[in-house]
Design a protein around this ligand. Structure first.
Ligand SMILES: NC(=O)N[C@@H](CC(=O)O)C(=O)O
Ligand SMILES: [Zn+2]
Ligand SMILES: [Zn+2]
Length: 355
């Protein structure tokens, strides 16, 4: 994928503010213990997704989950989890406001019911969550959205684009003061929609959607480890995502959507959706940005734009990337629940990360 004229010589170095991950799945229990260090090693903060079983719905549940995270990676040890609440039709606006005011939760997450992994408790009737959305707009708390319709009659490759027209546009029209993050965007349509918006809308882009298109999943044999939701689209969409990511436009920032599932659960006749990329994400991103001739824009994408949208300061710490011989990283990491395969970008990674 790299164009030779954009490649930097061995020994090149770049220092950037420590990145944040604005969309991350840490899971719980043995899986949490195994995957948390993979993120905490390189990232300052992460928006932690609430789709546990059962989901993290209330302020009390988010505080308890945060405590379980701190039990593994102690508070003050360089990584801060930013918690989210899973929006249900029963969510209490006052509990959300309390979670926000008390610094327990940073955002609320909207899963259309049935859209993705562990989303059964998500929203079916958007009228029912209107009071919560109004309260969030009032207090300036962002809504993170898994933007896919779940209607079986809609082709899986069209579900993000249809969601924008059928759900997101009306929702934002009704609540224009609500800050919305379209999570893990995968289409030119989403990039255009975000670019055309005037305010209160941003998008996260994953590492893997900058690298794979749908051929990587389906051509030459099915590759379950590249299957995630929203599913990767055509090459022209991947190119649109790269252009958005390297553009420096503050409305686009990194959310890896690193989503570990054991190999046993990925390699089933009906395998789980999710790509685990925490281990090598920064090195992957450096390759993508270097190939685009935009390595300097990595800092905005991974470390500046996200905090700006969330109204937070960038991290004080820095990381330094150095180009050298290809790095080695494990093909899979061991967890108490079984092995989890690490995202394979399909090319060698030359950027070493030092924190
Ligand atoms: N992205 C995925 O394919 N899976 C995520 C859920 C999600 O972010 O939609 C997961 O929790 O496994
Ligand atoms: Zn999602
Ligand atoms: Zn996710």
């Amino acid at each position: 994928m790299a164009q030779l004229d954009t490649l930097l010589p061995t020994g090149s170095e770049i220092t950037l503010r420590k990145p944040d991950d604005w969309h991350l799945h840490l899971r719980d229990g043995a899986m949490l213990a195994a995957v948390l260090p993979e993120t905490a090693r390189h990232f300052g903060r992460a928006i932690v997704m609430p789709n546990l079983v059962p989901p993290v719905v209330t302020a009390a549940q988010a505080a308890a989950y945060r405590d379980r995270i701190y039990a593994i990676w102690p508070q003050g040890a360089g990584f801060t989890p930013l918690m989210t609440l899973y929006l249900t039709e029963e969510t209490d606006p006052e509990d959300v406001a309390h979670a926000h005011a008390a610094g327990i939760a940073t955002a609320v997450k909207l899963y259309p019911a049935g859209a993705t992994t562990n989303s059964a408790s998500g929203v079916r009737d958007f009228a029912k969550v209107r009071p919560v959305l109004e309260k969030m707009a009032e207090i300036g708390m962002p809504l993170c959205v898994h933007g896919e319709v779940t209607d079986h009659s809609v082709d899986i490759f069209d579900r993000e684009a249809v969601f924008i027209d059928k759900v997101l546009k009306p929702l934002r029209k009704k609540t224009p003061d609500l800050k919305v993050v379209m999570e893990h965007v995968t289409t030119q349509d989403a990039v255009d929609y975000v670019r055309d918006s005037k305010k209160n809308l941003a998008a996260t882009i994953t590492t893997h959607h900058l690298i794979i298109n749908r051929n990587h999943i389906l051509a030459g044999g099915i590759k379950p480890h590249y299957y995630c939701l929203p599913v990767a689209k055509r090459e022209k969409h991947r190119v649109a995502l790269v252009q958005a990511a390297v553009s420096g436009d503050p409305r686009f920032f990194l959310g890896t959507d690193s989503a570990p599932h054991t190999d046993a659960n990925k390699l089933l006749p009906c395998g789980c959706a999710g790509v685990f990329s925490a281990t090598n994400t920064i090195s992957c991103l450096a390759e993508v940005f270097e190939a685009a001739g935009k390595l300097k824009a990595l800092e905005a994408f991974a470390a500046l734009n996200g905090p700006k949208f969330y109204g937070l300061k960038p991290n004080d710490e820095t990381i330094t990337l150095t180009k050298g011989d290809p790095i080695s990283y494990p093909t899979r990491i061991e967890t108490g629940d079984g092995p989890v395969t690490v995202f394979d970008p399909g090319f060698p990674l030359h950027w070493h990360v030092a924190v």
